[in-house]
Design a protein around this ligand. Sequence first.
Ligand code: ADE
Length: 234
Amino acid sequence: MSLRIDILTLFPEMFGSFLGTSIPKRAAEKGLVDYKLTNIRDFATDAHLSVDDKPFGGGPGMIMMCPTVYDAVEAAEKQDPRTAIRILLTPQGQRFDQSMAEQFARRDRLLLIAGRYEGFDERIIAGLNPIEVSIGDYVLSGGELAAMVVIDAVVRLLPGALGAEDGAADETFADGLLEHPQYTRPREFRGMSVPDVLLSGNHAAIAKWRAEQRKMRTKERRPDLWQAFEERDK
Ligand code: ADE
């Protein structure tokens, strides 16, 4: 059974080129994933097709209203009997990382809610009880790019999504370390050469060099990851 991903947004057109390109496209063609876009504005009921309103208590910006979001979620969920994990993209959320991507990739249905404006009416969170997810400590103009980040990281983990040569198993973060440096032709470029060990044909020496490079890089660039790696090894 393929993974169904529902995307609720005010800007479904933002997803067209992303879902129609490269791995996300290939995964859908292979039947590993099904994307289903829902325009939240289709559930607006007033003459202006409102989806947002001013915050009670005053303050800047507009807030996504409950009725349209609830109706959009319920309509999308009714289309398929599988229970969806509801994911709401917000800078207030839990930080997205590789282990969250792995958990999502094991489910059979995800429903992502991307908002615009200053935020969501709190009762959207209280009543729909989504997992609130942030992709990092910065504020985007809406949840769409964050939803695409989540979808991309999840879809490439689905068995069969990547080609035979580019399996995800030994990538950065699979084991908590950064990747080693990589080189391809030409051997010499503008005075810079490829490390001899990589041309040696000695597979054990190459593996040792790569392992050392990964540790060195992680230690230098990401002390937080290095500490977690060392602690896990104890
Ligand atoms: N919406 C706006 N900023 C965001 C972020 N950093 N992560 C997830 N959703 C967002």
